[in-house]
Design a protein around this ligand. Structure first.
Ligand SMILES: [Zn+2]
Length: 97
């Protein structure tokens, strides 16, 4: 049997304080937990598979883009991006311009 006692410890947590678009450099300082500006930034992570040229095999590249940069990038696609409704029921192919 193990017995436990209460121990008070000070815990330091990481809290998001700012977010920056890796493409254009737009930086936003977080004001509070309900900061709606966070919705204008999106995080991406890409893992290279075997034989991948970029990222290399098993490497993971992570970055953040703002909505403007996502729009700029996807508007140059030769094949339209696919958008999924948040309820997951509809798939709508859209051309983001
Ligand atoms: Zn940007």
């Amino acid at each position: 049997m193990r017995e436990y006692k209460e121990v008070k410890r000070e815990i330091t947590e990481l809290e998001l304080s700012a977010i920056t678009c890796n493409s254009c450099g737009t930086r936003h300082v977080i004001t509070d937990h309900f900061d709606q500006e966070l919705n204008f930034f999106h995080d991406f992570s890409v893992e290279g598979g075997y034989g991948s040229t970029f990222p290399a095999d098993m490497d993971i590249v992570s970055f953040t883009l703002c909505c403007d940069c996502i729009n700029d990038i996807t508007s140059k696609f030769k094949v339209s991006a696919t958008s999924t409704n948040t309820d997951g029921l509809e798939l709508i192919k859209i051309k983001l311009d």
